[in-house]
Design a protein around this ligand. Structure first.
Ligand code: FES
Length: 123
């Protein structure tokens, strides 16, 4: 049996792993890594977001993985939330689409509407 301190340490380590790239400000990118997301190729999509952020030295992105996004047929998916709390859910992602989203949405602040499944305001 684990002590409370050991469980807290495990929780902190897990949270650290879930937040693969963290910045306080800027965009939050959440890639759906539920079972169907992984089966649809979410892992390479997540890796591409990370690789593009590193290649382009983007300091304005937090990239994390999340679980089920609730729309199996549209996987792989990623939600991008901007600083104002506006959410954009991109679907049926491929590596070239991720690159386009990075270029247009993250760098030039122009959402790529043709790949959007939905948008909503968090706040
Ligand atoms: S099981 Fe497919 S999106 Fe949740």
């Amino acid at each position: 049996m684990k002590t409370l301190a050991e469980l807290k340490k495990l929780r902190d380590e897990s949270l650290k792993k879930m937040t693969m790239r963290y910045t306080k400000d800027g965009f939050r990118v959440q890639v759906g890594m539920g079972t169907c997301g992984i089966a649809s190729g979410a892992r390479p999509i997540l890796n591409e977001f990370l690789e593009q952020a590193n290649l382009r030295e983007l300091k304005n992105m937090t990239i994390t993985q999340v679980g089920c996004m609730g729309e199996c047929a549209y996987e792989p998916m990623a939600e991008i939330i901007d600083e104002s709390g506006q959410s954009y859910v991109y679907c049926s992602l491929t590596i070239p689409i991720v690159r386009e989203i990075i270029e247009k949405h993250i760098i030039n602040h122009q959402p790529v509407t043709r790949y959007l499944l939905s948008t909503r305001k968090d706040k």
